[in-house]
Write a protein of this length. Structure first.
Length: 306
């Protein structure tokens, strides 16, 4: 048999094997997803449906397309175009896990019951991303969150922690229990107690928050000010009076005023020296509650607005 023919046969066999294996893996993912959604239905009463689910054989990423969620009466509540799960490990705590949600949007039933929310926010599409990096040897972890309302604004959150091993262990145990069946009230209370204990052992290292205009944020804020019966000058004067009495360091007051005037971005950064757990840090914060400038120094506070 000639080499080209052999190569074609080998290539065809590999392709067929890949398709078969990919199909099997997709079926496994679909079955696991159906199990999890059944538990979610039991817990919440909400109804879930999706177009398809698959897994990438090379990087392990799980993708769910066309998720639709309805209330217990079958009324459509919201939809998500795509969910991507990266780095998930079923039998161990992953060093890095990320969930990306693309194209979240509300349906009319929810919009009609949320008249107090600004219409641009109800009509917007949203992207949401959360990631968790964890080093089991050192106990270091980093949590990142990002929420973007298309053409309006984006919110980013970044937190670093030490001694997060106990919390990871409790969270992993909870995940395993929930993957089997809905938790009883007693089991939920037990887990909540363990979670609270593990959270008290966390050692916060840094925190960053940022709000950024992505197009329509300024107009949205101006509209809310107008709905309150104020013009921009009156609103700024009122804000200045309130900030004068607020227990905030001057750097924070200046940044808030700059943001209200520019409506482009607001950035807050905190970093904590040493290895104090959350309870100790809370005690320091309480003791300096009436000394905002000293508290800002302790927390290495930086605030910028424009």
């Amino acid at each position: 048999m000639k080499k080209p023919v052999i190569m074609l046969l080998v290539t065809g066999a590999l392709a067929a094997g890949y398709v078969a294996l990919q199909s099997h893996m997709n079926q496994v993912v679909d079955e696991k997803l159906q199990t999890q959604l059944a538990i979610a239905v039991e817990d919440s009463g909400m109804q879930f449906d999706y177009a398809d689910a698959s897994v990438n054989m090379f990087n392990g990423n799980i993708v769910v397309n066309g998720l639709m969620v309805s209330d217990p009466q079958g009324v459509s509540a919201f939809g998500i175009e795509e969910i991507v799960l990266i780095g998930y490990e079923e039998e161990s705590i992953s060093e890095f896990t990320q969930v990306n949600i693309h194209g979240f949007s509300l349906f009319e039933a929810i919009k009609n019951n949320s008249l107090d929310t600004p219409k641009p926010l109800l009509d917007a599409k949203y992207d949401f991303s959360t990631s968790l990096a964890f080093d089991a040897e050192t106990g270091y972890s980093q949590l990142k969150l990002a929420l973007a309302a298309h053409n309006i604004a984006q919110f980013d959150f970044d937190m670093e922690l030490n001694n997060s091993g106990p919390l990871m262990d409790v969270s992993f145990d909870m995940q395993k229990q929930q993957s089997v069946a809905a938790l009883t009230v007693e089991e939920q209370l037990q887990i909540q107690t363990k979670l609270m204990g593990a959270m008290q052992q966390l050692v916060p290292k840094s925190l960053q928050l940022q709000i950024e205009n992505k197009g329509q944020l300024a107009q949205l804020l101006d509209d809310q000010v107008a709905m309150a019966g104020l013009d921009q000058v009156s609103f700024e004067n009122m804000l200045q009076m309130q900030l004068t009495q607020a227990p905030l360091p001057q750097i924070a007051k200046d940044a808030i005023v700059a943001f209200v005037q520019g409506k482009e971005s607001l950035h807050v950064s905190v970093s904590l020296p040493g290895d104090s757990d959350i309870q100790t840090v809370s005690q320091h914060v309480m003791s300096l509650a009436e000394q905002p400038e000293e508290l800002a120094k302790l927390m290495n506070l930086e605030v910028h607005g424009k």
